[in-house]
Every structure is written in C-alpha cells, then in structure tokens.
Design a protein around this ligand. Sequence first.
Ligand code: KIV
Length: 271
Amino acid sequence: MNYLQDTKPMTLVELGKMRAEGRRIATLTCYDASFAALFERCGMDALLVGDSLGNTIQGQKSTLSVTLEQMVYHTECVCRGAKRAFILSDMPFGSYQESPAQAMRSAARLMAAGAQMVKFEGGAFMAETVRFLVERGVPVCAHIGLTPQSVHQLGGYRVQGRSDAEAARLKADGLALEQAGAAMIVLEMVPAALAGEITAATTTMATIGIGAGSECHGQVLVMHDMLGVFPGKTARFVRNFMQGGATIEGAITAYVAAVRDGSFPAPEHCY
Ligand code: KIV
C-alpha cells in the first residue's frame, strides 16, 4: 500500500480496520493548516489538535489556561489544511469535567469546527461522560496515565502505573472507558509492559501510546518535540526525527515509517 498516494479520507471505521489488522496508527499533534497539509502528504493517519498548544504555541508552563475558543480556532485551522487525515481535538481543562451535558456542549463546538473525535482526560470516573457523548454521535478518545491537566494533582510530569495498585487501577480505567464506548485511548507515560497488557485486553478500542512502549495500536508525539524545536526539556520517550535528516518532510516521513514498522518507540524511549 502506498500511503503517500492514498487519498481516501480516514474514518473511524478505517481506523478500526487498521487496529484489527495490526497496522499501526501514526498520529502527531498539529495546530495549523500548513503543517496539517504537510503531515498528511507524509502519510499521517491522524492529527491531534492537542491542548499541548498551551506549551508549544503559547509558551505556557502547562495546558491549564487553554480555552475552548482557542481549541475551536486551531481545530478550524487544521481542518482547512487536511483533506484525508482523521482529526481529533482536545477538550481543554474546565470544559467537560462538570457534567456530561457540559461535555456535550463543548464537544459540539469542536465537532462543528471540523473535529471527527474529541479527546478528554480521566479514568473510569469519566465513563458516564464517554457514554453520554458516544450515544449522541460524538466519537471519543480517552486519555489516561500521565494526564497533563492534572499535573498539580500528580505532582509533576511523572511516569504513572509503576506500582501494582496503580497498574491495576489504570487497567480497570482503560477497560471501563472501552465499555463506555471510547474508540481510542491515549496511554501517556506508563510502563511499556502495562501498556501492552491494556492493549491486549482491549477488543475494539485502539490504544495510542506516548511514552507507553511499542505494543500500542498506534503512537502519538507532540510535533515540536519530534522536530526538536521545543525550547524546554524533552522527555525520555521523545525521539528527535530531525537529527540526521535535512528536511521537516523527511523527518515526518521517517516518523510515520518508524511507527508503522514498530521501530519507534525503541527500548530507550520506554519505561
Ligand atoms: O495535548 C496533547 O498534545 C496530548 C498528547 C500529549 C497526547 O494530549
């Protein structure tokens, strides 16, 4: 299959087929039209309009100050640039935690802006909200492990699920979110073995890892990290794909290829 020439729009059904057939899903954060067009030219399956734009675009210390209006704006920008890739958008802090109805109102804004799926953070306690949205036609990506919107609660950007009790809780969270209807889940900064166990226990939900080992159904990175332009400290799980390469296009194409063939993440990127 030639990914560069495949212009069929990516759908939830197609992502489900990729999962079922063991074809890894290459995902990258994206915040504007030009990079969206470039990323899909390089064969990217999915673009995440991440609230990491608080860090990468706005220079904030955390994602907590990102607003729904800003997410709508960047989702519209990305959607104008992309014709094929599947687009998911983050629900920012404070836009979904109060109630399923509040989450639905926020999700509707992102879907109207062009998102095909919304993502929000939290474990089993968010299952009711997942179900509420999915029943109303909104595909949901869950996000567990290191959940950056809870950075102060977690005491920093730290690996999650190291103890047996934490690992059991994360596994139970993942399965509860799948049962509630989440079609995807981001597993962030968890031991590779635990992410592998969660992935093996799913039946329909695709696991997308970031610092979660190579056994996930797909991978995501923050674009500024993998291009080596983020001025802050980068985590162990990041590989700078610009190193040894000459162009951004080459780096993105190399990332897609490394996700597809399972060579990224390598053991040195894992916990
Ligand atoms: O906002 C973001 O970029 C994310 C990734 C870290 C998965 O949620």
